[in-house]
Design a protein around this ligand. Structure first.
Ligand SMILES: [Zn+2]
Ligand SMILES: [Zn+2]
Length: 337
């Protein structure tokens, strides 16, 4: 597919979409119903539907019995770790394999014209972004994801949280499921903005930002403090009335959904004329410019409200430059006073 019909490529070989990023249509007036319908489909399909499907698969085939989960033990914790790690290996690994190793679509729709393996750097373990990202994901972030999962399931199994049943509260639980990605975006925005404060950035979040040109393995490549805080979004379901399936869905939106921002391609070509939207651009711009787009891709316009939004346009760029200039001026004024 010709990616230049959808965007432009600069001299360095970096591709950028022509269409600017937009928030969910219900934030614009007058409401455009066609856009809203299209957006709703994209909100559910395919990514959130996939996270729901994996949550149901876990519930029916992976989780041990309620009886077993009443007692904390290494047996079922390690089993859940193994399944989580295997699922991430297959999901993230297949995109790495086809689009980064075999490079089946070359650099078509690729934001950064280079591949991470072409740029060895001292900031990474073993000087390799791939190896560093992979090891951090499997030996730090996925164990922390599993720790949260085990704690959450153990609480539910022992009736220590306010657990509602689908039979008695179908509408509330359906609504909670529908807004789980919104909860994710708000939680992520808050912890993410927090770890961009100077001290936490230096000691915690810089690990994730070493990957300026992210690939799927970068998604969960985090310092353990971030790895815990990021997946802890599921713990909100121990505080509000909820249900373990919704909580599991919330956890999968975080764990499996971290992929989206780090795919590196705007569209993945599946067949000659079929593509899959990655929803990666907003977070790609975050990796490129650091202090823009702390949230997701615009279900809730938190970045706009706080002045951090970069929609990929020239105006977005100018707003960012002006903000950086003000920041430098403030720092200089402080130094001179
Ligand atoms: Zn990232
Ligand atoms: Zn960041």
């Amino acid at each position: 597919m010709d990616d230049l019909k959808f965007g432009t490529r600069n001299k360095r070989g970096d591709w950028a979409p022509t269409a600017v990023l937009e928030f969910a249509p219900f934030w614009y007036w007058p409401l455009n119903l066609t856009k809203l319908a299209k957006w709703l489909v994209g909100y559910v399909w395919p990514w959130n539907a996939f996270h729901m499907a994996t949550a149901l698969l876990y519930w029916n085939y992976v989780l041990p019995s309620q009886e077993t989960m009443k007692t904390l033990s290494w047996g079922w914790a390690l089993w859940l770790y193994a399944v989580n790690a295997a699922a991430i290996f297959v999901m993230y690994g297949s995109i790495e394999l086809f689009y980064y190793v075999k490079r089946k679509q070359g650099t078509r729709f690729k934001y950064n014209g280079k591949f991470p393996s072409e740029q060895p750097s001292d900031v990474f373990w073993f000087k390799s972004q791939n190896l560093d990202n992979f090891l951090r994901s499997f030996f730090l972030s996925i164990p922390l994801w599993t720790l949260i999962e085990v704690f959450m399931l153990w609480r539910f199994a022992n009736g220590l949280s306010l657990q509602l049943t689908w039979a008695e509260h179908p509408y509330y639980l359906a609504l909670l499921t529908l807004i789980a990605p919104v909860i994710h975006e708000v939680h992520f925005f808050c912890i993410h903005r927090l770890i961009h404060t100077p001290f936490l950035y230096k000691w915690v979040h810089s690990v994730h930002h070493n990957s300026v040109n992210p690939s799927p393995w970068s998604s969960l490549s985090m310092h353990p403090v971030e790895g815990f805080a990021y997946h802890a979004v599921a713990l909100w379901h121990l505080v509000i009335p909820s249900n373990p399936i919704v909580a599991l869905f919330q956890l999968h939106v975080a764990g499996f959904g971290a992929l989206n921002g780090h795919i590196g391609f705007d569209k993945l070509e599946l067949t000659e004329d079929n593509t899959l939207d990655s929803h990666a651009y907003a977070h790609y711009l975050h990796h490129k410019y650091f202090e823009v787009n702390y949230g997701g891709d615009g279900v809730v316009p938190l970045d706009k409200w706080f002045g951090y939004w970069h929609d990929g346009s020239k105006e977005g760029e100018a707003r960012m430059e002006a903000r950086y200039a003000r920041k430098v001026a403030r720092a200089n004024a402080k130094q001179n006073s």
